[in-house]
Design a protein around this ligand. Structure first.
Ligand code: GLY
Ligand code: MN
Ligand code: MN
Length: 416
C-alpha cells in the first residue's frame, strides 16, 4: 500500500500525462562466476517494494506494469526462487506483468501518445548518463532519447522526508550499529588488528539480519587522517586512537555512525584536547538543528568551534587554515542511500530543515605530521558522527545509544 501511495504522490507532482519508467539493477559480476551480493536500486525499491534484480516498472495514472524475470526451474534450483510473471499481479499489485525480455516489444503500448517519459537509470551518474551496465537502461536511452526527463528531482524531494515506517527502519539501523560500536570499544586493545575489530561489525550486523551500508573504516593511529581508509589491516598500537566509521542497513535504510576512542582505554591529554573540540563542535551542531533553520547551520557552527579550538591550541594560525585540518562537510542526507538524495541548495541558497529529514552530523579534526605542529598532536584523527532526525520540536539523535563523552567511553572500556 505504501508503495502505491508513493507512486500516486509522484504522479500528482509530475502531471496528468506523465509516464514513469523506473528500473532496478542487474547482478554485478565480482570475478569468474561469482557475483556481488545484490542490492536493489533505491528509487525502484522505494516505489515498488520489489527486491529482485532485472526488473522495470512502468506506471501512469492509467496503469502499473512490471517487467520481471520469468520463472526458470534450473536457475531457481541454483540461485533461488523468483516471483515470476504469473504471481506478480497479486503480490506486487500490478495490473499486468511481463517477461523482462519482452520489454521492448511491449513498451510502446504504455508510452504512446506520451511526449514526456520520466526515467532514471540506477547506479548511473544521473539521468543523462547511459553508462549503466544494465542493457535495458542503455536501450531505453537510445529509444526514447528526446522524450526522456529526469525522475530524480521529484523523487528526491519525496525521499528527503521520511515517514513513520522509514524512521522506524532508520532507528533500528542506528540501534544495531550503535550496539556494534560499543562492542568494538569493549573488544579493541593493543596487539589486535584493525580487521579483528572490523569483524565485530560483520558479526553483529549479520546477527541482526542486516549488512553494512558502506565499507567500514577501521582506522588506527594516523590512518584516521585518510578519510576513506578501508584497508583495515594494521596492528592496534598502545597510545593510539581508533576511528571507526561503520553503519548498517535495515530494510534498505542506512545508519552511518563514527566513533573515535583510545585503543588502551584512556585518552592522553593531547587526544583529550582534540577530541573535546570535535565533541563540542558536534554537540553544538546537533543543537542547531530544528525546522526552519538553514541546513548549513550545523556546518557553520562546527567550523567556528573547530577554528576557535585549534587557534587556541596553537595548531592553526588563522581561520584560513581550517581546511588543512577539517576538509569535509559536516553532514549529508541519510536514508535508503548512505549519501541520500535531496539537494541542499535551492536557487543558490541553503534550504531549511523540515520535520522528517534525516541528516548526519560528523565534524572531525585530522592532524598529519607537520614540523610546524607540536609532535604530541601528530597522527591524531578524530571524527564523531551521529544520525539526526529533524522533528517538529527540534531533533532526535537516532544514534544516541552509542556513547561519545570521554568519561562514558573510558568507563565502558574499563569494563573489558
Ligand atoms: N561513511 C560515509 C560518510 O560518513 O559520509
Ligand atoms: Mn556520513
Ligand atoms: Mn560515516
Amino acid at each position: 500500500m505504501i508503495h502505491q501511495k508513493r507512486r500516486e504522490e509522484l504522479l500528482s507532482m509530475l502531471g496528468r500525462d506523465a509516464v514513469v519508467i523506473v528500473s532496478t539493477n542487474s547482478e554485478q559480476k565480482r570475478n569468474s562466476d561469482v557475483t556481488y551480493p545484490f542490492r536493489p536500486d533505491s528509487n525502484f525499491w522505494y516505489l515498488t517494494g520489489f527486491t529482485e534484480p532485472d526488473a522495470i516498472a512502468v506506471f501512469s495514472k492509467e496503469s502499473y506494469v512490471m517487467f520481471l524475470r520469468p520463472k526458470d526451474e534450473t536457475k531457481e534450483i541454483w540461485n533461488g526462487i523468483r516471483l515470476g510473471v504469473a504471481l506478480a499481479p497479486e503480490t506486487l499489485l500490478v495490473d499486468q506483468a511481463y517477461d523482462i525480455d519482452t520489454f521492448f516489444d511491449n513498451i510502446d503500448s504504455f508510452t504512446q501518445k506520451r511526449s514526456v517519459i520520466y526515467f532514471d537509470a540506477p547506479g548511473s551518474g544521473g539521468w543523462k548518463d547511459n553508462s549503466s551496465t544494465n542493457i535495458h537502461n542503455q536501450r531505453i536511452h537510445s529509444l526514447f532519447e528526446s522524450s526522456l526527463k529526469p525522475l530524480n528531482p521529484c523523487i528526491s524531494e519525496m525521499r528527503l522526508i521520511k515517514d513513520k515506517e522509514e524512521v522506524k527502519n532508520m532507528q533500528d539501523a542506528a540501534d544495531l550499529a550503535s550496539e556494534a560500536h560499543m562492542s568494538a570499544m569493549r573488544v579493541a586493545s593493543p596487539g589486535l588488528y584493525e580487521h579483528n575489530v572490523a569483524s565485530v561489525f560483520d558479526s553483529q550486523f549479520t546477527n541482526g539480519n542486516s549488512e553494512h551500508s558502506y565499507p567500514p573504516i577501521v582506522a588506527s593511529g594516523e590512518n584516521a587522517c585518510i578519510l576513506h581508509y578501508n584497508e583495515n589491516n594494521q596492528e592496534l598500537q598502545d597510545g593510539d586512537l581508533l576511528l571507526i566509521d561503520a553503519g548498517c542497513e535495515i530494510n534498505g535504510y542506512a545508519s552511518d555512525i563514527t566513533r573515535t576512542f583510545p585503543i588502551n582505554g584512556k585518552f592522553s591529554e593531547a587526544q583529550k584536547e582534540i577530541y573535546g573540540i570535535v565533541l563540542s563542535a558536534q554537540k553544538s551542531a546537533i543543537d542547531s538543528i530544528k525546522p526552519g533553520v538553514s541546513c548549513n547551520k550545523p556546518h557553520e557552527t562546527a567550523c567556528q568551534i573547530i577554528t576557535d579550538g585549534l587557534i587556541k591550541l596553537g595548531i592553526m594560525k588563522s581561520p584560513e587554515d581550517l581546511t588543512k585540518f577539517y576538509m569535509h562537510g559536516t553532514g549529508h542526507w541519510l536514508g535508503l542511500d548512505v549519501h541520500d538524495v535531496g539537494v541542499k541548495l535551492i536557487n543558490d541558497e541553503f534550504r531549511e530543515f523540515k520535520s522528517g529529514m534525516v541528516t548526519t552530523v560528523e565534524p572531525g579534526i585530522y592532524i598529519r605530521r607537520d614540523d610546524k605542529i607540536e609532535s604530541k598532536y601528530w597522527g591524531i584523527g578524530v571524527r564523531i558522527e551521529d544520525d539526526v532526525l529533524v522533528t517538529e520540536a527540534g531533533n532526535h539523535v537516532l544514534s544516541k545509544k552509542a556513547v561519545k563523552d570521554i568519561d562514558e567511553i573510558e568507563y565502558l572500556m574499563s569494563q573489558r
